[in-house]
Design a protein around this ligand. Structure first.
Ligand code: MG
Length: 500
């Protein structure tokens, strides 16, 4: 019997005989590039646990997030919809943002709740805080939450120490706002958060959540959007100074250590063969931080751009006995995770326009991806400009290109903030299989085959645009400093008095 038959029988056996639906652990790194993991070719990074998942699972070469910055990418991951539909654009949410992921959007946690799943989130939420914490994870289908509700540089750096504790982390953070809080559900547990102990707190939280769920015989969904490896990096004593790659490497190693703890917990509780673990990242590396900003490998540019370095991500699916170890070159996306989890759990899809497709066949049977296109929206999508680029099969067409502050300082001048918005008619077309670095646009003129391809790309673009209804922008609602989380809400003077 060949291995694909065996995998099929495994999933069949699992579906028929398992007393419990599968568990899901979704790991989401921050600003981690295509070239940052050991299993994606980085020569000095230390990611033994993620490398082990890749060796025993399915590693993707053509996996995309939906935005080159944090909040929109997270909105798409959790809803299976482009961020333009949910209104998480332009840019990202801030501590005092009035908006957030609309409560009528359906998250993966809300898809699973009707089936009796225990749901928990820990880490960087970044889908809004709002008045009285109205946009926190506990309002979006998660039973429990431990974490920082936005990026950890969105507060004064004064409390952000690396290890040893008297060493300040490199660089600048936002000033004039509250120090970074650690939330437990809807209450502020620490303000400012203790970064040195943060990863230990997450490991303890995850271990307790998994163990309790298994004891209660309750299937679970754990979502861990990590602060690592967003700038400025931090690491506790288990990782600081222990990688070969400096602060970025230490931070990544600390995340990898937590992955090891999670896997050990799955082993210990006996559910490792009934749990899908999926790892990917929210957007490409922040190259403006140079060696502190991650690495896109051979891909062009990084965070903030719609080149592949901004949006093609490492991705690994691990489920021993169900997912056959290997590498896939099929195209897939964070959009596809919600429909896939829904299918595997036997849950209903939300009754809305989804952009994700079910990738069960790809994961379990080494089948083809149902995804033929990927849309590349800029940080600030508008109906006027619409999409910046579109991938169809192995071809990617750029209708607009632009550099970004986040990708500044790279030798490639196209990545620079001084590379202003440029329209391309005909679009720049790249064959990403022959030229993954997007260096050599194909010649359209005098090439009937490319002209036919271009006609097809334009048709797909028109069809997609006709299907897109922009949701009201949540981020354009602006900010109100009084909405930022404060552990002592009636204190004065703010924000410095928010210190408990
Ligand atoms: Mg990010």
């Amino acid at each position: 019997m060949d291995s694909s038959c065996l995998a099929f029988l495994n999933i069949f056996f699992f579906c028929v005989c398992s007393a419990s639906p599968p568990n899901f652990i979704l790991l989401f790194a921050d600003d981690l590039g295509f070239g940052d993991l050991g299993c994606y070719g980085h020569p000095s990074t230390l990611t033994p646990n993620l490398d082990r998942l890749a060796a025993g699972g399915l590693r993707f070469t053509d996996f995309y997030c939906t935005s080159p910055v944090c909040s929109p990418s997270r909105a798409s991951l959790l809803t299976g919809r482009y961020q333009t539909r949910s209104g998480i654009y332009p840019g990202v949410l801030y501590p005092g943002s009035r908006g957030g992921l609309p409560l009528n959007e359906t998250t993966i946690a809300e898809v699973l709740k009707p089936l009796g799943y225990a749901t928990a989130a820990m880490g960087k939420w970044h889908l809004g805080y709002g008045a009285n914490g109205m946009f926190l994870p506990t309002k979006q289908g998660f039973d429990e939450y431990l974490g920082i509700p936005y990026s950890h540089d969105m507060g004064p750096c004064s409390n952000l120490t690396c290890f040893p504790p008297d060493v300040k982390c490199y660089g600048k953070c936002d000033t004039g706002t509250v120090t970074v809080p650690l939330m437990h559900n809807e209450a502020i547990k620490q303000q400012p958060v203790n970064f040195i102990d943060l990863e230990r707190a997450y490991s303890d939280f995850a271990t307790s959540f998994i163990t309790t769920s298994v004891e209660k015989k309750q299937p679970f969904f754990l979502y861990y959007p990590s602060h690592h490896t967003h700038y400025p990096q931090f690491a506790g004593p288990g990782a600081a100074g222990r990688s070969l790659r400096g602060p970025f490497g230490d931070s990544l190693l600390e995340l990898d250590n937590t992955v090891g703890t999670l896997m050990a917990t799955l082993e210990k509780t006996g559910v490792i063969n009934n749990t899908l673990v999926f790892f990917t990242s929210d957007n490409g590396p922040e190259l403006m931080r140079m060696s502190r900003g991650g690495n896109a490998g051979l891909l062009k540019c990084g965070k903030g751009t719609t080149y592949d370095g901004g949006m093609r991500e490492p991705a690994i699916a691990y489920w021993p006995g169900i997912i056959k170890p290997g590498v896939t070159h099929e195209m897939a996306s964070t959009l596809d995770i919600l429909p896939t989890i829904a299918h595997l759990a036997g849950a209903k899809l939300p009754p809305v326009m989804l952009d994700g497709v079910d990738m069960t066949d790809l994961l379990i049977h080494q089948g083809k991806s149902k995804r033929e296109t990927m849309i590349f929206y800029p940080v600030d999508p508008t109906e006027k400009y619409s999409l910046f680029a579109l991938r169809l099969g192995k071809y990617k067409a750029h209708f607009y290109t632009r550099g970004a502050t986040h990708s500044d300082t790279t030798p490639d001048k196209d990545c620079s903030v001084f590379s202003l918005l440029k329209a391309h008619d005909p679009p720049l077309i790249f064959d990403l299989e022959a030229d993954p670095s997007e260096h050599y646009p194909l010649t359209v003129e005098g090439r009937p085959d490319i002209e036919a391809l271009l006609a097809k790309i334009k048709q797909v673009k028109l069809q997609f645009e006709a299907s897109m209804v922009f949701g009201e922008s949540q981020i354009s609602k602006g900010t109100d400093p009084d909405l930022a989380p404060c552990c002592n809400p009636h204190c004065s003077p703010k924000p410095s008095c928010c210190h408990c």
